[in-house]
Design a protein around this ligand. Structure first.
Ligand code: AMP
Ligand code: FE
Ligand code: FE
Ligand code: ZN
Length: 290
C-alpha cells in the first residue's frame, strides 16, 4: 500500500477558511488525502458537516486550533501561540465554555477593529464583515480582510494583512487568549491530544524559545508541528531535533484556508507513524471513517 497522505491542520468556513466543511472534505478527497483533520479556530461547529460528507476510504480526525498565550522564555511579555487539539470531547464543559468565550472575544474585537477603520474613513462596516459568518463560526481578521477586498481597498487578503491588519498595526485589537498550559490541560481532560501549531512562524511576530516547547512537553503536550508553510528549513531542523530530545511527535500540515491563503491542501503532510502515536493517546471521540 502506498504511503497515506495525512493533513492534520485545515480550516473551513466555521472559522477563517473559504470552503464549507463538506467542501473541505471534497477538496481533500480530490487531492488524494487519506486522513484529514478539520481544525477551525476555537470552534467545533464544522465537525458534523465534515463527518456527514466523508467519502468511503477517507478518515476524519476532529480537532480545533485553540488561541493561546505563552511566556516567550525570555522574560518579555507573553506572545500569542496556537495549539492544535485533536479528538477531544467537544461537550467537555471546560472546553465548550472556553471556546464560547473566545468566539465572543473574537466578535467583540473584530467589531472594534472594523470601527477603528471606519472612523479613519475606510469603507467597511460590521454588517458586511459579519454577514460572511455561518452560525457557530469564529470571526477573524480574514473576514475583515475579505470586506476590504470587496470594498476595493486592497487587492487581496495577503495585502490586507501586510498593510492594515498585521499584529501591531494601528487597527489591530488583541483578544484575551487562553494560557497555553490551561489549554493543554483542558484538551487532555477532554480525552484529546495537543500539538503546538507552527511555533516558529516568525513572520507573524515574536516566537517562543525552544525551552518553552520542552517545558510544555513535560506538561502534557504530545506533539509539535514541524513541517508548516511558515517554517524555514533551518527552523524545521531545529524543531525536529527538539522533538527527538523531548519525545514530542512530529507533525506536518498545510494549514489550508481555501482562497484566504495560497497554500494548497496537503502541501505539507504527517507521517503515518506520527498519526498513530497521536491517536494512541486520544480517547475523547471515535476516529471517523475507519
Ligand atoms: P485572528 O485569528 O483574527 O487573529 O487572525 C489570524 C488569522 O489570520 C490566522 O489564523 C491566519 O489564518 C490569518 N492570517 C494571518 N496572517 C495572514 C497573512 N499574512 N495572509 C493571510 N492570512 C493571514
Ligand atoms: Fe486562520
Ligand atoms: Fe494557526
Ligand atoms: Zn491554522
Amino acid at each position: 500500500m502506498p504511503r497515506p497522505r495525512i493533513d492534520l491542520h485545515t480550516h473551513s468556513t466555521a472559522s477563517d477558511g473559504t470552503d464549507g466543511p463538506a467542501e473541505l472534505v471534497a477538496v481533500a478527497a480530490a487531492a488524494g488525502v487519506d486522513v484529514l483533520a478539520i481544525t477551525d479556530h476555537d470552534t467545533t461547529a464544522g465537525w458534523a458537516a465534515a463527518a456527514a460528507a466523508l467519502p468511503t476510504g477517507m478518515r476524519l480526525v476532529r480537532g480545533a486550533e485553540f488561541s493561546c498565550v505563552s511566556p516567550t522564555g525570555r522574560g518579555d511579555r507573553d506572545v500569542a501561540v496556537h495549539l492544535l487539539g485533536y479528538q477531544f470531547d467537544p461537550a467537555h464543559p471546560a472546553i465548550a465554555a472556553e471556546q464560547a468565550r473566545l468566539r465572543g472575544e473574537r466578535v467583540e474585537r473584530l467589531h472594534r477593529m472594523t470601527e477603528k477603520m471606519a472612523a479613519d474613513g475606510y469603507p467597511v462596516d460590521s454588517d458586511a464583515v459579519f454577514a460572511q459568518l455561518p452560525p457557530g463560526a469564529s470571526a477573524g481578521r480574514p473576514h475583515l480582510a475579505q470586506a476590504l477586498v470587496a470594498a476595493g481597498v486592497v487587492g487581496s487578503v495577503t495585502e490586507a494583512f501586510a498593510t492594515l491588519l498585521y499584529n501591531g498595526s494601528p487597527y489591530y485589537v488583541p483578544k484575551c487568549d487562553t494560557p497555553v498550559r490551561e489549554a493543554i490541560a483542558m484538551v487532555r481532560a477532554a480525552g484529546g491530544v495537543a500539538v503546538f501549531a507552527h511555533p516558529f512562524a516568525r513572520k507573524r511576530g515574536r516566537i517562543v524559545e525552544p525551552s518553552v516547547i520542552a517545558e510544555l512537553a513535560a506538561a502534557g503536550l504530545t506533539g509539535v508541528e514541524v513541517d508548516h508553510p511558515d517554517h524555514a528549513p533551518e527552523d524545521r531542523e531545529l524543531l525536529r531535533a527538539l522533538a527527538t530530545e523531548t519525545g514530542l511527535v512530529v507533525t506536518g500540515s498545510s494549514d489550508y484556508h481555501g482562497t484566504n491563503k495560497t497554500t494548497p491542501i496537503a502541501a505539507e503532510t504527517t507521517a503515518a507513524e506520527s498519526l498513530e502515536r497521536l491517536l494512541e493517546e486520544a480517547t475523547g471521540v471515535e476516529l471517523l471513517g475507519v
